[in-house]
Design a protein around this ligand. Sequence first.
Ligand SMILES: *[C@@H]1O[C@H](CO)[C@@H](O)[C@H](O)[C@H]1NC(C)=O
Length: 184
Amino acid sequence: MMYFKADIFYMLIFCLRPISCGRGQTYEVTQIDTIDIPGNLVETSSRIIGRDSTINGTWEFLEEVNDDAKMEIGIFVDTAKNGDWKPRALKPPVLGVCTSLKRYFNSYIKKSFITGVTTDFDFKNGDLCPVPKGKSWIKNVILDTDKWMNVMPTGYVKVQISFTKDNVFGGAFAVIVNIENKSS
Ligand SMILES: *[C@@H]1O[C@H](CO)[C@@H](O)[C@H](O)[C@H]1NC(C)=O
């Protein structure tokens, strides 16, 4: 329940001044918190900073990974914002890490993770495989939510990316966003 630590603070600061993370969408999306759950494959260290509530931090692959390691995306919603998270029934397929990068690069990754600008990680346009062992930084990241926010309810939405290998949990990262209808 780590997200509670920042709830009140971010509600006060950012609901007065919500930012829009995309153009032409009918929702305003504000990143409110991140959760780092380190494992033996991936370790992240992240936080939300600044008045535009961007993500800053690092991620580290503790070993080289390929499609033997799987990436699972979980989506949870807390419409009433009372901590009662409900998993969304519709789940993206669990895919190998390399396959995931290839599949999601154009739609979800490339606008937010720009090599040399918002990260030192090079996705090689989605063709990166294997993913090398090592640590990378990210800064000023606003996730590209254009493609999926209009199918989400308003309230809190948590997107968790978990890594597994041989069915063993290897670490996870989650971001919580607040979705509001646009007032104007
Ligand atoms: C954000 O991350 C960058 C790159 O790691 C770092 O230089 C900067 O100090 C960080 N900013 C804050 C406020 O932590």
